[in-house]
Design a protein around this ligand. Sequence first.
Ligand code: G3I
Length: 335
Amino acid sequence: MLRRTALAGAVLAGLGVWQAPAASAAHWAPPLQHITHRYVGSAVTPAHLAERDYRAVLTREFDSVTPENELKWETLEATRGQYDWSGADELVRYAKKHRKSMRGHTLVWHSQLPTWVAELPADELRAVLRQHITTVVSRYRGKIRAWDVVNEAFNEDGTRRDTVFQQKLGDGYIADAFRWAHQADPSAKLYINDYNVEGVNPKSDATYELVRSLRKQGVPIHGMGIQAHLSIEYGFPTGYRENLKRFGALGVDVALTEADVRMPLPPDDAKLATQAQYFKELWDGCHATRRCVEFTTWGFTDRHSWVPGWFPGEGAACLFDENMRPKPAYRAINP
Ligand code: G3I
């Protein structure tokens, strides 16, 4: 593992690029992206790139970015036929300038779906879905390394989620979505993505069976995306490493796509220590799995995390605090 020298650290600090926390001022860790051969990513809201410290930490630590909301259908095509590419394009420009890889999120999802899509009759929905996937994936051909093609298709008990796609198009919509995405960019890695599939449970079992069956049929699916939105209150998922390995054994890549570990606010030393353990196990388990190719967090700073808005009273879920100081979880994976 590389070590940043005190001199280099002092130079960067002098440039205002990086502020070390007081507790570890004498110790400079190399950026996360330099301590692993996996992609290390973060979800990004392009508007936040205007914040100097946000941009500096993102650029320094990560080598992959995922637009947090800008590639969702609701953002791209709120009104039928009128595309707004501005947010996604801004992140593509940032990625090009800083040589970052990109993950695309997401093509088929029941949430953040415009009402005009949900209201279409079946035959029209199928044509519109095909058109949407083709348009979006083609536009970013060669620029987006991997796509979350289908997001959150299962219930907790392993049955199919009753989405408009499932209701109107039937089970085959998933295979179709992968085929259409593959036609639009044959070199992109295509993933199915979900939450609560970190460990071995009915939902991950059902996803495993689906991936196995799609592979058998020759459907172009290349990866299993595991969101990894954890909470220190629910315990670490049982069978995490075993689960990663079984997907890898199917011949697909595995990616942690949205990792964060929330806690009841306010944080204290004990909660931060548990969070650090969880992040470390997520990280170490990925590195113990040959096919685990990516460790992406859903935002990197508590300043902008989605968690407090969705789970009132909870938060502090990221590797960096509101002031961009690395937290114990960061130091646990990058000691
Ligand atoms: O952009 C509008 C803004 O114009 C408006 O004034 C404001 C008022 O509510 O809403 C803004 O949109 C919000 C959007 O985030 C952008 O900030 C939506 O309300 C809000 O619902 C949306 O939340 C996003 C959420 O997905 C939607 O389901 C979160 O930022 C995003 O982090 C979250 O990400 C999901 C992944 O896509 C899938 N996995 C779970 C993950 C966490 O929920």
